[in-house]
Ligand binder design. Structure first.
Ligand SMILES: *Cc1c(COP(=O)(O)O)cnc(C)c1O
Length: 217
């Protein structure tokens, strides 16, 4: 199988961070964030056998991955408009940005219509930033109860994007605590600049774009 040096470098950093945190090897999945990248940057990573990719827009993901997604896992890591819920459910295996009741209802309706229901993460706005998607921490437990209880949606875990310019560790720690008290095992946290910190705080999925593929267009 062809080798991708940049993929190998990120996987080696993940392995070193797992070891530094005394975590078992292989517990962290790399979500390769392919948004806004040319196919020439992505193709070598696919050819090297990587299987998990993240995108932040439904239409862009459809354009990039239609006809190429056999055997891959596609994860939506950007905010999702209710009117795109059905399209997202047909493109993505996992939606990481569930954050409101209307979207949960739209995903239920999409599943009834199409028979497809992605696995789900709830996005938590740990920094309580007004411009950012996600439930605020104080509402997280009640929201999780509603979507997992009455709506029976398959929530596997939580996702967060810490505020720019703040130490990320406390946000990762907060997300891990909310997940633990709700019995959730998947934690999507950490990007190019802070994925090793996220692994120290228990990340199971790190979302790495520019450090893997280079600067975006
Ligand atoms: C773009 C993006 C990433 C990847 O960011 P890098 O800093 O390039 O690694 C990760 N998570 C989300 C939600 C993103 O939108």
């Amino acid at each position: 199988m062809p080798v991708s040096p940049s993929l190998d470098a990120i996987l080696a950093r993940i392995a070193a961070a797992e070891q530094a945190a005394a975590r078992p090897p292989g517990g962290v999945t790399l979500t390769a964030v392919s948004k806004q990248q040319p196919w020439e940057a992505i193709a070598p990573v696919v050819a090297a056998g990587h299987r998990v990719f993240g995108e932040n827009r439904v239409q862009e993901a459809e354009a990039r991955w239609t006809g190429r997604r056999e055997g891959l896992e596609l994860r939506l890591i950007g905010p999702l408009q209710t009117n795109k819920a059905e399209a997202a459910a047909s493109v993505f295996d996992v939606i990481e940005s569930l954050d409101r009741d209307r979207l949960a209802l739209a995903l239920v309706a999409a599943a009834q219509k199409t028979g497809r229901l992605p696995r789900l993460l709830v996005q938590v706005n740990t920094g309580e930033e007004p411009q950012k998607a996600g439930v605020v921490p104080a509402d997280a437990d009640a929201f999780l109860d509603r979507v997992r209880g009455p709506l029976a949606l398959p929530v596997e875990g939580l996702m967060c994007i810490p505020p720019v310019g703040e130490p990320a560790g406390p946000h990762f720690g907060l997300l891990a605590r909310i997940a633990a008290r709700n019995g959730l095992s998947v934690l999507s946290m950490g990007m190019s600049d802070d994925f090793e910190t996220a692994i120290a705080f228990g990340a199971t999925h790190v979302r790495v774009g520019s450090a893997l593929f280079g600067a975006r267009n």
